[in-house]
Design a protein around this ligand. Structure first.
Ligand SMILES: [Zn+2]
Length: 464
């Protein structure tokens, strides 16, 4: 079947697709809320049924200590063909504030070419899209040129608490050459993109101690060091006037952007004025010599996330506080290591702290940055598939946040991850009136169906 025939087939199925997707969206699988535990289970059952209906085999609901995992596979392409593991999640975020929804969150409604419901884009709609792509291979083309395994969990919105254990226990069952995830957004509508890099995180807390108790600032102020003043000096010294982070060795492991990458960044649509206007800021900030898109995804950053100490209530209290605190997070890029950065941060903060106070630094949380080689066959296949389905070449982008499961898959299954999402950040994931643009659902089904075909065709090529 050529692409035009596939497109026509997808077009003919639209009514059925919407009815089936609505069934999925009607189940209130809110993973964080104990009252919905039964709904989450029902959703797993619905999904297992849907997986069987599209022709997947060995479909099973695996219990975990939390919500179950649904698994199914279709392994008929032989040992020489690549194996793809598709990952998605069927649980959803809570729905409050309910009064801001135009229609109730579990009564899916189609308006203006979009389907509205909790989970429409994150991630039920995109899981559904992948199942329908598989259905095209198993039921219509009647051939799937790669081996496919499908793993859909019910705890993504609560931090995938039991996924790591599950991956480790089922290593053999889940072994794959490439992991495919459709749970991210495109750069913008009509700007298809594939994300190949995510930033990591190093989260620290600083505690500055001055005198052994809060003091009267009239009696002691001027002679006794104020920990809040000292903390302000420390924080101010963490970056310089060029927006560079001053911690010695901080940039040692940063992989510089290549000319090719910078060229990609320049070609992405971005309007600096609009960006500032939307945020109501006078101007953007940060590291000199880099664009806003580069600064928010491919360069490290340092932010104070919280700052407290002394008197913060209404009115005035003339206190010289005993303690002051700050929470500081750093977004990291490849190949920075969170432990190494935490160590350098601590050393530097202790070093620059005034000798008149005592400083304690604690590392609270960390995560490594991720980058997938853009020449990997998975990404190349996704690029080709997206180009055909969306009618334009997708951009390769990096995102500023982290997706911890990506690291889990890379570390445990030792397989590169392809983030082929077709959502939009403007579709209100996690917010009232979440929706999914139907034209992107249909193009996503085509792109996902073509992904398998493209992957099979380049798998044994030496070009990549
Ligand atoms: Zn999600």
């Amino acid at each position: 079947m050529d692409n035009a025939a596939l497109q026509q087939y997808i077009e003919q199925q639209q009514t059925r697709y919407i009815e089936e997707l609505k069934e999925f969206l009607r189940i209130s699988s809110i993973s964080t809320s104990p009252q919905h535990a039964n709904d989450v289970y029902q959703c797993a059952e619905w999904l297992a049924h849907a997986a069987k209906a599209v022709g997947l085999e060995n479909v099973q609901i695996f219990p975990t200590e939390g919500h179950p995992v649904v698994y199914g596979d279709y392994i008929h392409a032989g040992d020489n063909a690549p194996t793809v593991l598709f990952y998605g999640h069927y649980d959803v975020q809570p729905t409050d504030p309910l009064n801001l929804w135009t229609n109730p969150p579990f009564e899916p409604t189609v308006r203006d070419g979009k389907i509205y419901a909790r989970g429409a884009v994150d991630d039920k709609g995109q899981v559904f899209m992948q199942l329908k792509a598989l259905e095209i291979h198993t039921k219509v083309i009647r051939e799937l040129p790669v081996n496919v395994k499908v793993l859909i969990e019910g705890e993504e919105e609560i931090g995938s608490v039991h996924l790591e254990k599950f991956l480790r226990e089922k290593l053999h069952m889940l072994a794959a050459d490439t992991v495919l995830i459709s749970d991210t957004a495109m750069f913008a509508d009509e700007v298809p993109s594939i994300c190949y890099g995510l930033r990591g995180l190093c989260y620290m807390e600083i505690e500055v101690t001055g005198p052994n108790r809060d003091l009267h600032s009239g009696v002691f102020g001027g002679a006794v060091a104020n920990p809040a003043n000292a903390l302000a000096k420390i924080l101010a010294a963490l970056t310089d006037s060029y927006g560079r982070i001053t911690i010695p060795g901080f940039y040692d492991d940063v992989i510089p952007l290549t000319d090719e990458e910078r060229e990609q960044y320049r070609s992405l649509p971005h309007n600096e004025e609009e960006y500032c206007r939307e945020l109501e800021i006078p101007a953007t900030d940060g590291e000199f010599g880099y664009s806003t898109l580069e600064k928010t995804s491919a360069r490290p950053s340092l932010d104070v996330n919280g700052l407290w100490g002394g008197y913060t209530g209404e009115g005035a209290k003339t206190v010289l506080p005993s303690k002051a605190y700050a929470k500081v997070s750093m977004r990291l890029v490849p190949n920075q290591n969170p432990q190494d950065i935490a160590h350098k941060f601590e050393k530097y903060v202790v070093q620059i702290a005034p000798p008149t106070v005592r400083v304690r630094v604690r590392a609270l949380h960390g995560g490594r940055p991720v980058i997938t080689p853009t020449r990997s066959k998975g990404i190349q296949a996704a690029m080709r598939a997206m180009e055909q389905a969306f009618g334009k070449k997708p951009f390769l982008t990096r995102e500023g946040g982290s997706i911890p499961i990506v690291l889990l898959f890379q570390d445990i299954l030792n397989a590169p991850v392809v983030l082929m999402g077709v959502g939009l950040n403007t579709e209100n994931p996690h917010s009232p009136d979440e929706h999914f643009t139907l034209k992107n659902l249909y193009r996503g089904i085509l792109a996902s169906a073509l992904f398998y075909k493209e992957l099979a065709s380049i798998w044994h090529s030496d070009k990549y």
